[in-house]
Design a protein. Sequence first.
Length: 180
Amino acid sequence: MTARRFIALALVALFVPIFASAAEKGGKVKTHFAWGADFGASIDLGGDEMTCIDFDVMFGMRRGWIKFLGIGAQADIMVSNSCRSFPLYAEFRTNFRNSPSILFWDLKLGASLNYLEHNHQQTGLFGFTGLGVNLARGRSFSSHIVAGYTFRQRRTVVGDEMIHDFKDIHYASIRIGVLF
């Protein structure tokens, strides 16, 4: 399966819940604009010295049991080298209930623009899944902390003088954020 086909199928799977009926009192479905930001860190599990600091922004909607469905952009700045990654993704967040709860599930799928060592650039798959805890909640906002697993695809690059064996990166990630 090609990367484009995988991303297209993932986006279709994420946006299908928009049409699910999440009826609230009175039988009306209410959809609200939502946006948010996260800040966190990701620890490289493979020992490739790619541990990074993460910044996210996201825009989308919330509706019934769908706590967030939208798109986002992230900046990952590696702390031990000059590599950078910029994932662009579709995000789905739910607690599988129409009422508020403490726990929720977060899923992000998309593409990562990777700027690697020795001036190599490539695009690969990006994915994140994690379990979140709501810290505080008001009528129009919620703050949260999310812990999970992040995947970033990288490929081997054949250069003029040498071969750079860039392997996929696996992270343990933790983020704190707010959603309005």
